[in-house]
Write a protein that binds this ligand. Sequence first.
Ligand SMILES: Nc1nc2c(ncn2[C@@H]2O[C@H](COP(=O)(O)OP(=O)(O)OP(=O)(O)O)[C@@H](O)[C@H]2O)c(=O)[nH]1
Ligand SMILES: [Zn+2]
Length: 355
Amino acid sequence: MSSLLSQYGWNSHFEQHYTHFFNQGLEAGRVTAINGFNHTIITNNGPSAALLAGTLTNSKETWELPKVGDWVVFKPYDDQCIIIDVLPRQNAISRKLPGKSSQQQVIAANIDAALIIQGLDRDFNLQRLQRYLQQIYQCRIQPVIVLNKQDLVDDPEVYRQQVLALGYNCPVLLTNALDHQQLSDWTSHYLQPRKTFALLGSSGVGKSTLFNALSGTDIQKEGSVSTFNSKGKHTTTARHLVMLPNGSMLIDSPGMREFGLTIDEDEGVNFHHPQIEELSAKCRFRDCTHQQEPGCAVIAAVEEGTLSTTVYRNYLKLIREQYHYQASIMEKKRMEQQFGKLSKQINALRKKRKY
Ligand SMILES: Nc1nc2c(ncn2[C@@H]2O[C@H](COP(=O)(O)OP(=O)(O)OP(=O)(O)O)[C@@H](O)[C@H]2O)c(=O)[nH]1
Ligand SMILES: [Zn+2]
């Protein structure tokens, strides 16, 4: 494979799945931008415009169609490319669709680490941070926590300590997106060449500012990627994958104010935390929820003082939220079933009375 594609993160996983398409004479590329039907992909010969083949859109669900970060196979056609298929993803950032509790939306694919950003001005919220962490771990992606706007508070280290007290083994960084010198220091440390990083966080935390500062471009000024939301606030709407000067890649994504817990209904409630996962293995019951079960290693660790009460209390808050969310899905399903029965009865009645 060309050195350009390997700079964009091509690896043996994709190589293996590509062989079959290579034999059909198809080329490979990576999606770097999507704007409606228009895709931009990186090919052996640099960037190119691309469209989806009709057979692809007809045969796939929305979440399976190419997203930014996906590796695709295509056929050149005039000065465009026609995308024929998507190579299996190594992972994807997904979220539950607002309002449609059981459906998934894929935001970006093939991510090496997610930068979860909170602003220290008014966005800082440990509960929301944990929700992001749970979702990212669920997607099997490494998180990096970024506390931005550190210039707006007196003692930013206090906030960092609160995050560290949650006990996740991931880097917690303090940033000022307006301070380019500081940014270039942590870029060289945390953003490695050929790796892909996604920016996540609520609206206004500084994702675009960070993206522009790190990439040295101004996506918003280039137009077409911003709109005004209902509150008349400027907000990011498009997704881009951009290569940074040091060879790492960054994906910007729209404000995800509704980023919620996505739970597989069959999977049950689960909680990703290094210490709690380790202790769970020693609980008497395999499906222990660590609340009042006998032989619970988590409760024992809290009592012995080897697991901090902060970690445990935050665990309880979060799983109660998950239970609540699952209960609401079940309730909705039950209502739909009842409604289905009712409308069948009405239809039967209608036929009988002929109205
Ligand atoms: N003081 C200070 N202001 C910042 C910092 N980072 C971003 N801002 C400001 O915060 C505001 C919001 O930043 P954006 O980059 O637009 O936020 P966003 O996360 O991209 O927002 P959406 O596009 O709505 O998702 C802008 O006015 C930025 O100039 C920072 O580190 N310090
Ligand atoms: Zn337990």
